[in-house]
Design a protein around this ligand. Structure first.
Ligand SMILES: *Cc1c(COP(=O)(O)O)cnc(C)c1O
Length: 241
């Protein structure tokens, strides 16, 4: 048995309870918030344990690692989401194996994902990643660039634009965190007002999901609070950013 596989069901239970509590306090329906289990570094049997506890949506960051797990769990009706930085030589494998991509942040990547999406599959569901921290090192487009990228993506035949995603700067300062989530929500609202048919605001992780839900998240991406500490350190070029 993996060291913490036995705690996965209870971890999930706690996260679900937290989502329900925070949502209700914020006057929202808990059912309006989708839980994505961010499973990077956790092997297939950990994903199986979460699946057995009722979790069907999983997010992965590293193509190679994800493909191994997707192959191992091919019999399960799992919805796989790609949430990591996208290298352009990986778009084919992402387009072939995932239902969703949260981290689209350039036209070139969007073009390639659309071109590489197999005809036999439904359109790839995508979110555009917004840089809400203003740090140069972070992935994502600026609030000024988002409308242009959205206008481009909406024209691509094999992509379906669903919403926006962000990874705020990690900070204990709740006010700063809140302002970054609010920036994502406002960008989302502006696109909606411009006529885009969107339904997804992907924000909130183990450390900040309460604030994210208060600020309007419709999908939270939770790893550590479900699976425990990551199994190995994340290579710099693949870390969430
Ligand atoms: C790892 C990861 C998460 C989950 O992070 P935790 O802090 O473990 O909950 C969410 N989003 C992205 C993009 C990630 O890479």
């Amino acid at each position: 048995m993996e060291p913490n596989i036995t705690t996965i069901a209870s971890g999930l239970e706690k996260v679900r309870a937290r989502i329900k509590e925070v949502a209700e306090k914020a006057g929202r329906q808990p059912g309006d918030i989708v839980l994505l289990a961010a499973s990077k570094t956790n092997p297939a049997d950990c994903i199986q344990a979460a699946f057995d506890a009722g979790q069907t949506i999983f997010g992965e960051n590293y193509v190679q690692e994800a493909l191994t797990k997707i192959a191992a769990l091919t019999d399960l009706p799992i919805e796989w989401h790609f949430i990591g930085p996208i290298q352009s030589n990986k778009t084919r494998r992402i387009a072939e194996s995932f239902a969703w991509v949260h981290s689209v942040d350039r036209k070139k990547i969007a073009d390639r994902l659309s071109k590489d999406r197999p005809e036999a599959l439904p359109p790839l569901q995508v979110c555009l990643q917004l840089n809400v921290s203003g740090e140069d090192s972070k992935s994502g487009v600026t609030p000024e660039e988002i409308a242009d990228l959205a206008a481009h993506v909406i024209e691509l035949p094999r992509l379906k634009l669903r919403g926006l995603m962000a990874i705020p700067e990690l900070t204990k300062a709740t006010a700063l965190q809140r302002s970054q989530f609010r920036m994502l929500k406002e960008a989302y609202n502006r696109l909606k007002e411009a006529g885009y048919d969107l339904d997804t605001i992907s924000m909130g992780m183990s450390e900040d999901l309460d604030v994210a839900i208060e600020e309007g998240a419709t999908m939270v991406r939770v790893g550590t609070a479900i699976f425990g500490p990551r199994r190995y350190p994340i290579p710099e070029e693949l870390a969430p950013r």
